[in-house]
Design a protein around this ligand. Structure first.
Ligand SMILES: [Zn+2]
Length: 275
């Protein structure tokens, strides 16, 4: 009897969308394998953790870039490497103003087939320096995407200075950027993609925030999922994070859930281009 009751409970709590969320493959738009991580998690262990979490492919960046290069060497079909314009963490505060950045980026781009520049950090008018103008032109000429961790003013400046280039906005500006602002930016910029790590307003009381739902339905081709493994603990928890993402993806129409989970990133970074 007990068994029957528990089965009934399970059936009645199945998500309304009615398709299996288990195993929805993920193309993660925000993986880091930086020095603090590779000291604890070897490249083979990192690849195993990605597999366990159902992350079939991912954008990877790291400080220093050697981390991305280690993972790419091991699994080139899974790893889409992005080049960070930092030689060390110290560069994070000055790179956008330092002419040495451009020389470093140009040289490093030859090491493995990098497909983008980022995730880089800047805010507001940091995007307006002459060095950044040259970085944007280099990305345009080489067909590289940009992955920016920046505030609202920063993303607006990037979009002005790098028009018609693929720009991925890390964390979609975090919760402090209103959803209405995201809507306006997506309406005006068809090559802007929002990466969703740390947007903690997508769920409200375990339900999909209706404003986010509307945004997903309006712009289904402009979202990329991300887990952001910037510290070792987030690597260990990757399977939990991907399950959490599948939980809310399952509240969307299946076609849109698949676009956000992997379709949009796969379209931008097809496997062939990665080899
Ligand atoms: Zn990051």
């Amino acid at each position: 009897m007990l068994k029957i009751i528990s089965t009934l409970v399970f059936v009645t709590t199945l998500p309304l969308a009615g398709y299996a969320q288990d195993g929805l493959p993920i193309f993660d738009g925000h993986i880091h394998y930086s020095q603090s991580v590779w000291r604890l998690i070897s490249p083979p262990q990192a690849i195993r953790l990605l597999q366990q979490a159902g992350i079939e492919r991912c954008l990877v960046s790291s400080t220093p870039n050697e981390g991305s290069e280690k993972l790419y060497a091991l699994s080139p079909e899974r790893i889409v490497p992005f080049l960070r314009p930092y030689r060390t963490r110290k560069d994070m505060l000055s790179w956008f103003n330092d002419p040495a950045t451009l020389e470093y980026v140009k040289k490093q781009l030859d090491v493995i087939p990098y497909q983008g520049i980022g995730e880089f950090h800047l805010n507001g008018t940091d995007a307006n320096t002459p060095v950044m103008g040259r970085i944007f032109r280099l990305a345009r000429d080489k067909g590289l995407a940009l992955h920016a961790h920046t505030d609202e003013a920063g993303i607006r400046n990037i979009l002005i200075r790098a028009p018609n280039q693929v720009v991925i906005w890390a964390h979609a500006g975090f919760d402090k950027v209103p959803i209405a602002t995201l809507q306006e930016l997506l309406d005006d910029n068809s090559k802007l993609y929002l990466e969703l790590s740390f947007r903690n307003d997508i769920l409200i009381d375990s339900e999909l925030n209706p404003h986010w739902r509307d945004l997903f339905l309006d712009h289904p081709y402009q979202f990329i999922l991300g887990m952001d493994t910037y510290i070792p603990a987030r690597w260990s928890l990757l399977p939990d994070y991907t399950d959490d993402a599948r939980y809310w993806l399952n509240m969307l129409p299946e076609k849109i859930a698949k676009l956000i989970a992997h379709g949009n990133a796969s379209r931008l970074f097809p496997v062939q281009a990665n080899r």
